[in-house]
Design a protein around this ligand. Sequence first.
Ligand SMILES: Cc1ncc(C[n+]2csc(CCOP(=O)(O)OP(=O)(O)O)c2C)c(N)n1
Ligand SMILES: [Mg+2]
Length: 554
Amino acid sequence: MAIDVATGIARILKQEGVEWVSTFPVCRVNNALGREGVPMLMMRDDRYAVAVADAFSRITGGTRIGVCTFQGGVNAAGMQYAYAGLAQAYEDGSPVLCITDGVPIGSSGNSQFDVASSMKTVSKWFGYLDKPERVPEFMRRAFTMLRSGRPGPVILAIPNATATYDETADPYRPVKGWKTAPDPADVRAAVAMLLEAKNPLIYAGEGVVYAGASEELKALAELVNAPVITTLKAKGVFPESHPLFVGVRGDQVARYFDKSDVILAVGSSLSPGRFSHRIPDAVKKTIIHCTVDELHVNKIYPTAHAVIGDARLCLAALRKEVSDRTSGAGRPASNLAPEVKAARDEGLARYRQVMGSDEKPINPYRVYGDLMKVIDLRNSFVTHESGNTRDQLSTVFDTLIPRGFLGWGNVSTLGFSLGAAIAAKKAFPSRTSVAVTGEAGLGYMLGNLEVLLREKLGVTVVHISNGGFAGYGPGFWGPGHDPFTHSVMGPEDVDMSKVIGALGLHTERVREPADIIPALQRALAVNASGQPAYIEFVCCQYPVYGQWVGRSAE
Ligand SMILES: Cc1ncc(C[n+]2csc(CCOP(=O)(O)OP(=O)(O)O)c2C)c(N)n1
Ligand SMILES: [Mg+2]
């Protein structure tokens, strides 16, 4: 049976369980998706088409692959605009499938922009479909890469979507994805080091999320009696109500990093970026590195011992070895749990205090504290924006379930939170979905708010409206690092609740601390019937939050 390439791709996506594809037109595969009944979530720009699919893969821990399409070919306007989303997905290691038009055979070298070299820099694999009959091969390879090994985006370029091939020649079978288990000798060596440690520490990264290894992480932490710190992107993989949870950032995190002699890093590349810790005195510590990617071993810090493999299989193997060596008893508990709790309480005290603040303009922590009171923390999704909302929420937001909060940003591209909140609604329709943003993030998302209305996505955008880029200006706490470029029209100049209300979202503007909870409740109530909401909280600039270890307070 001869079918065209686009139809073949659409059918394979359905076989792979893909329920919808985010897009910004045009892409020549789209009409086949429409004809084959694959719903398209049309965003209002190409970057958001990528962001929603990327976030869907992140939020589902790669168990459901986000797929997007955008314009490519010789006039690669869509691709050039999508690049920001692709670069972010690549930097953050998100397994998203991106399909675009390829430069037609015979048209290479026409344009200044070199598609292939640019796409190769932001993907795990850039596949150019040079023969129609290679569709099954390319799709198999794409899904193998998306479901195996270290996650990252795959980009497929389709130069001729109407070319035909024989669908029966190489019938497609869905790809399972494969995991690797660690070398038992490495596990033994790692456990010997771990059991000799005076103050072991577990540093968990997003690989634990992708491995679905929350339970194993908890079990190992309890058996070894080690405090747990998570990266920004892994926030929530360890229940934050657990007595061994130290935090993501803040004074107590710095304290436990300093104190540790052995660090068991699992599912993290240990790359000190702009939004992660630099391990203090790393050369004097023993670092055991459990990673799926052997190229992360000895990347920045000296690795004392590596355990290579899927985080779940590594953690399970380590736990079994610890248990065998200690006859099931594990490392003695000492007084660790109450100590960690006390350190965490002490570290969070000054933020918890302002969560009860009645000051006006509203203190942003009051909004976060009230948000935590209003939503069901076990059935909600909250994400931050670039800026103070990231820094503040990642310091204080109590995340009780994996992906109850999405932390993002090895590179934190403004506006991603809306894509993430949309993806969360698609992934878990019954969960509350909230994006917390400042004015910069809001500026990026404005055009895309129409999508919420058109698709009836009951998402709430919480705007911490403070009239400027709070971390950049003179601020309250210091001179600021960008004093000339930090002010924008603020709540006294423009009423964003009216602007966005005119679009059709449920909107409110809140100036009184006592009104925060009722306003949030009304927003969640309308969300339940598919209406999106935007609440503008008129807030003070309060650039105060926990620091990353080893970084200055920029
Ligand atoms: C695409 C992109 N460009 C630039 C930046 C740098 N940046 C980070 S936060 C920020 C401003 C944040 O201000 P606002 O949204 O008002 O949040 P606030 O800190 O005031 O809460 C900027 C310009 C970025 N993160 N992403
Ligand atoms: Mg601001």
